[in-house]
Design a protein around this ligand. Sequence first.
Ligand SMILES: Cc1cc2nc3c(=O)[nH]c(=O)nc-3n(C[C@H](O)[C@H](O)[C@H](O)COP(=O)(O)OP(=O)(O)OC[C@H]3O[C@@H](n4cnc5c(N)ncnc54)[C@H](O)[C@@H]3O)c2cc1C
Length: 398
Amino acid sequence: MRVIVVGAGIGGLTAAGLLARAGHETVLVEKARAFGEVGAGIQIAPNASRVLASLGLGEPLAAVGTTAERVVYRRWRDDAEILASPIGDAHLERYGHPYFNVYRPDLIEVLRQGLTHPERPVEVRLGAEVLDVATTADGATVAPADGEVLAADVIVGADGIKSAVRTALFGAMPGRFSGWLAYRALVPRDRVPDWPIEITNRLGPDRHLVSYFVGRDQRYLNLVCVVPEPSWDLESWTEPGELADLRDHFADWSPAVQAILDEVVEPVHRWALYDREPLDAWTRGRVTLLGDACHPMVPFMAQGACMAIEDAAVLTRCLDDGPTPGAAIARYERARLPRTADLQRRSWRNCTVFHLPDGPEQRARDARMGERSGSGAEALAAFDDVQGYDALSVPLPR
Ligand SMILES: Cc1cc2nc3c(=O)[nH]c(=O)nc-3n(C[C@H](O)[C@H](O)[C@H](O)COP(=O)(O)OP(=O)(O)OC[C@H]3O[C@@H](n4cnc5c(N)ncnc54)[C@H](O)[C@@H]3O)c2cc1C
């Protein structure tokens, strides 16, 4: 089967690699002139690292990924511990696959290795912005800006939240601005040599701050600092940010927070956080969607890219199983829509849960979270439905 994947982000790269490995003639069409991702870090949980291992990328990922020792939630002003649970060996023991923190450019580089299958390498077309998509009697076509029309049995739109493929299928659907903005910043490791190798989520009124190491040898401490923003009317959702503004936002937070913000190196970026209500459908004829193109979510469960990676695995299984390309992608949508909609909703709920003002509701939240603390793999049980999901073997709907 010939499959065109539009968009070489984390989702599209994974899908193209898996499809080629399954024997499909695969074309990857990307509007940028080079592969890449804006700096900063990403968390790849076992539900996604399992899929990447099946693509033969387990070792390269381990070479660039950091496995934190623990994930810890702390209070904003005094760093008091709310919840701590293990990562490291606990994830291997419970799920058979690691939980990695990765520098995004490193992840893209690893995923590129998945495109070079010796028998069936993916055909890559860079600098090719897709402007339109059409379904035909026995397939579909895409029209990149260079004017050449490309035909395939199936087209997969993995072209992100502003997906041109989704717009061609269903019309324009602006994303929903969440009211939250993430400052993203890096601190070189040598400036914070004693900082623990942990994922730390500090929760405070109207703000939260996530920190974890990324890069080979934990080169950077990656910071995601979420603050309220009443409106966002800029076309781009990523903009340069001012370090002074970032520090102001967290000026009354704990001394540990002041210590890391003092060591941030510029540039600092600001990301407006968008999502969308779950769609009713994302497949039409021989065209389907994957990743943020169909289920963008606010990053408050760190699962957006992990869901795109799961999508890629389930899509490949459905296409392998037939009976026809159209039936296969309809089945893929049936398999993925309920799970991704659930993650979209749960991520959205954390807009409230993570940002409660100090008071009775916050204390009740902290008490509930604290009950999940533990030091062994059993402390992960609360995350089984997310991180224990096996996209490679989960039963598929008929
Ligand atoms: C602050 C923040 C933190 C996050 N942290 C995490 C985390 O820890 N873990 C996690 O799992 N997720 C996280 N996410 C979510 C994650 O980044 C996204 O869900 C993921 O990157 C989506 O990947 P994608 O491949 O679907 O889309 P994208 O990454 O948006 O890729 C789309 C690709 O399509 C290309 N493209 C677009 N239009 C066209 C066109 N017309 N023609 C051709 N090519 C086109 C683009 O250039 C791009 O390469 C976070 C998000 C944010 C904002």
